[in-house]
Design a protein around this ligand. Sequence first.
Ligand SMILES: [Zn+2]
Length: 263
Amino acid sequence: MDKKEALMRFGGVIFVLGGLALIFFSGEFGSIEEITAQDKLAEFMLRAGFGSLLIGLLALFLFSVKTVPKELMDPLIQTEGQNLARIFEGLELKGNGIYIPPGGRLTEDRVYIPAELKPLPLPKLASEQVLVVGTTGPSMGASIIPPGKGMIDRIELDSGKKFKDENLMDISEALERLTKGTGLIGSITARSKDDDINLEITHSRFADVCNKAWKEDPSLHLKVGCPGCSSVLCAVSRISHSPIRIVNSEKIGKKVLYELERW
Ligand SMILES: [Zn+2]
């Protein structure tokens, strides 16, 4: 929620409460014997009360219609995943994805999907590159913007804290901004030892999108992940200040498990 929305919501609540108070206390002044100044005051309070109530409800209502309902948002997110899976298949990219945080010639995050299945050194990437055709076959691949990047940028903007300023030792705590902080993801457990990082993600808001991606394109989670999983991977690579290669990903029950290594 940005400042403008928060202010509007707060104002809405104040107007609603003020309106209810005016309507309630207007009864205190009324009398049935004769029309007095008090009656006029009561009438004024009643009118002002209803007016205030209306303004308050309108402010709250206007705020709520600004958000896109889940039934509309999910198909939009799903289409992005479906398109990526098609592109990877069409380009015959077989390797697992490597998340790269901004730095060097990259002005923003990228996920690199190599053509080859076997793990090979990462080619030097620049922001403008999409299809990487190296001088040798093994360094070919595609470099795209992670689907979850926008969400991570937004969380950083709202919280005023950058993931790159966090410590890999406190990775679980840092990732709480995606769970307890925003309620976007149910829970994330992260364990880091040497260069290996293990993640356990339980989705809430993105559960349907993630499930569908696993059903339709099981390899998508090895290459970039659904937008929800991608946002977690994007945050992990920013926290670790290094490229993060997806070693394996599987879905067990409601949990998405990720085996990652710093590359
Ligand atoms: Zn997922």
